[in-house]
Design a protein around this ligand. Sequence first.
Ligand SMILES: Cc1ncc(COP(=O)(O)O)c(C=O)c1O
Length: 558
Amino acid sequence: MSVTERPAPAAGAPSDEDRSGRGAAFSSPEGGEQLQVVEPLIFAASRPGRRDVRFPAASSAARAAAASQPDVPPEALRSAAAHLPEVSELDLLRHFNRLSHLNHAIDLGFYPLGSCTMKYNPKVNEWAARLPGLSESHPLDPAELSQGSLELQWLLAELLREISGMAAVSLQPAAGAQGELTGLLMTRAYHRSRGEGEQRTTVLVPDSSHGTNPATATMVGYRTVTIRSNERGGIDLGELREALGPHTAALMITNPSTLGIFEDQIDQVVVAVHEAGAIAYMDGANLNAILGRFRAGDAGFDVMHFNLHKTFSTPHGGGGPGAGPVGVSERLAAFLPEPLPLLVQGDEEKVKRNAWAGRSTPGVRFALEAEGTRPQSIGKVRAFTGNFGMHLRAYTYIRSNGDHGLREVSDDAVLAANYLRVRLTDAYDLPYDRICKHEVVFSGRRQKHEHGVTTLDIAKAILDYRIHPPTIYFPLIVEEALMIEPTETESLETLDRFVEVMHEIANRAASDPASLRAAPTTTPVGRLDEAAAARRPDLRHDFGPPPVGRSAHQDAGA
Ligand SMILES: Cc1ncc(COP(=O)(O)O)c(C=O)c1O
């Protein structure tokens, strides 16, 4: 991969001297290697004996305890000092802060990445997550010491039940895709329990579904059959009815779909699936579009998963943890993963009423369901009860918005997407020209066919305006797709700025296409071979000869 030529470093950029620490090396497709230092490695700042923290001398009791430990076997002892950077706290802080600004981030700018619902990380979530009683709790604490965490998880499951209309919810899955896996494992267990496990071998997946849907079905051992969308972007009912039969295990439908379109024949879809004896699965990861407006349970779905890290803030674009709870109808409740958090003493309605009013209820008790309580359970899909930190943040988000607030969230998300749809239709092709939900999918085919500028070029150019590009080339059914999801959290000024940028790029495609093909030019690095960067990262560093003058502390392998 080549590193695009860069203009001279701006004032304050690392000098050649600073670059002795080699920041990052990028090899070119021709096999050469080009070095571009955007931030020297921390080793460049290392000076013998420099420290960020100093530990107090060990107490005599600690020394005596250490002396009584069995000797470390010689083969496990370090023969040479570890190569650790020796830096001050300030050097360390500045290094990592500078590194954190090399990437685009939701805290730095607009992030309309379709299908990811990149809303912000509300600070109140982080405040709640740091409350010592919650942050210091441990999943192995006995129930008497975990009443608060158990109550929170029970309440969150109740809230999700209410939001989705499903009969029961498990918080255990750690991501949307794992929620899907859990849903299909329950589907399989359900068919097996009825003696139809062998017969029901296929899962139907509309072509506008998220890619994880067919992938999950395949993982569970099902054959996937793709159902085409009609000209309006909805499911082709005729094709669905033809594909359904005694061999169908489930239909997995992403609703609203990856085209940002709500399936307006949803009632007929669910009826047809049930008539065939199959399970109706709704991928609910796009719930941000329909909060307070549509409930999968009311429509008759048997199972849906939530992406807490999309709908309820804390997006995981940075690779952070997620949570993909699943909700099920009565039909599948026996198969849910165990254990569920339970209210074992106290009146449900009273506990909820009090909790919503910010009061605790005296005399209540919560516990985790005992193993084997539900013999048909598919078992655990994740250690303990899932990603508690994410449950806590989603709970905080839901409570801080309230029921009216959540409906407003969806209304505003839909309004923002439609605002962009209307304002950008003059510049980009709109394959499905209808009111959308949370995201709008344009096509860059005009720019490609008329000016030789691809959607990839457009996405790279957007980076130069300090905006994260939309999702591109997905969904697969749209040529040169540009999938834009603004979310409800952005101001009108931000949306207008995005419109301005997209118009400017469309004009540049016509007047100066080469400039778009060379983009980005203002980011720390230019166009990378992303596949090679992910699959063959070069993370080796040549330390050279061992440093002189290392401290005794360091030589002890600290
Ligand atoms: C519609 C849809 N389904 C499923 C998923 C998978 O979720 P995850 O990335 O948490 O596994 C996503 C991811 O954003 C999604 O947008």
